[in-house]
Design a protein around this ligand. Structure first.
Ligand code: SAH
Length: 357
């Protein structure tokens, strides 16, 4: 087989990984094969899983050639499972040694995979473990997609219903590959647009681009502060894309897609958890009919402030409710397995749990 050319790689000298090629790119390199082979391979990759050896209707020699031409992107470096078995987190090593994380979360009514879009992140939010360690590189389409494929294999028999782009990195700083990955999840893995969510730190050009795409995916914005003075400190990119402009971009997205918008708000003790903060946030939510996801800050090595304690979280939620804003308190899933926010990579610790589902 000739060398496969694909556009979704992270750089031109990077290897072509198993989930990098589009269907057409793969087809171009199956010349001499009967046409139905492409369907078999594509079906095998996206409906069955990452293991080409398991595509039993392919001739053995082709399985082997493909396996070698298209190596998997992710090598497990650590896998940890929460005590209740409902959260699984992976630390993957990439072909060049960089590390990324993926989380699988089972809820009563859904199963969600949280994927990374970059190795590291350049947005430099001080409270975020990934932001503290800086940017390594973009992920390729295949490196993003394979995270979902691998998580799905572990999730069975429970079906992966939702994917959130809330792992490491800023999706809109890697827009093309992120969007190509979203299309792949939708078109080839069969995950509906309303179960796909992209979370951004507030990169306005990305929001506007996504408003023009055909798939109406959900938009989440990491707000954390509702005035520029505080947000400039917590989320440095706010100096470039201040709140008023960000809110306008959100309004444009809402107008274009009519999907519920959500704001993420990491509650930081004594920093952004006062009744005034709640009222300021509520005013923004009213304009956009937005929902709020509250999560008490996970402590990270580089940021000494703690998360708002339980009572304060409840008070903040009640204040929002009184203002007529819906808010959900997110449990800190898998804190004990460092499953929160870039912390597995930071600690590189594995908890070996024999009760794996
Ligand atoms: N760059 C994107 C997506 C990755 S971060 C974004 O900013 O939205 C996913 C969410 O986790 C963001 O809301 C981020 O602000 C939040 N987060 C990061 N570090 C955190 C921490 N230590 N505790 C709680 N939430 C955190």
């Amino acid at each position: 087989m000739t060398q496969i050319q694909v556009v979704g790689r992270h750089s031109i000298d990077a290897p072509v990984l198993r989930y990098d090629p589009t269907r057409d790119e793969l087809a171009a390199h199956l010349e001499g094969q009967p046409r139905y082979r492409l369907d078999q391979i594509w079906e095998g990759l996206y409906k069955q899983g990452s293991d080409l050896e398991d595509i039993s209707n392919l001739p053995k020699s082709l399985r082997q050639t493909l396996s070698e031409a298209l190596p998997p992107a992710l090598t497990p470096e650590a896998e940890s499972v929460s005590r209740d078995g409902q959260t699984v987190k992976w630390l993957w090593k990439l072909h060049d040694g960089h590390m990324i994380e993926t989380v699988l979360m089972h809820y009563r009514e859904r199963t969600t995979v949280c994927v990374s879009t970059q190795a590291g992140c350049a947005m430099a939010c001080g409270f975020c473990a990934t932001g503290q360690s800086g940017f390594d590189r973009q992920l390729s389409v295949g490196e993003i997609v394979e995270q979902v494929i691998r998580a799905r294999a572990t999730s069975a028999p429970r079906r992966v219903s939702n994917v959130v782009f809330m792992g490491m990195g800023e999706p809109f700083a890697n827009y093309d590959r992120t969007w190509a990955a979203l299309q792949r999840l939708h078109d080839d893995m069969g995950i509906s647009a309303r179960h796909l969510t992209v979370s951004t730190v507030g990169v306005i050009p990305g929001i506007d681009r996504m408003a023009k795409e055909d798939l109406p995916v959900n938009l989440a914005v990491s707000l954390h502060a509702a005035n520029d003075t505080l947000r400039d400190q917590l989320v440095p990119i706010n100096k470039r894309y201040p709140i008023e402009q960000l809110v306008s971009a959100c309004a444009r997205y809402l107008a274009a897609k009519n999907r519920r918008l959500s704001f993420e708000w990491a509650l930081i003790d004594g920093v952004n958890d006062s009744p005034d903060d709640a009222r300021e946030l509520a005013a923004i939510c009213h304009r956009l009919r937005a929902h709020v996801n509250l999560i008490p800050l996970n402590p990270t090595p580089g940021y000494p402030t703690r998360g708002t304690p339980g009572e304060g979280v409840e008070q903040f939620r009640e204040e929002l409710e009184q203002q007529g804003v819906n808010a959900t308190v997110r449990r800190n899933r898998g804190t004990e397995i460092d499953a929160a926010c870039g912390q597995l990579r930071a600690s590189r610790q594995v908890i070996d749990n024999p009760k794996r589902r």
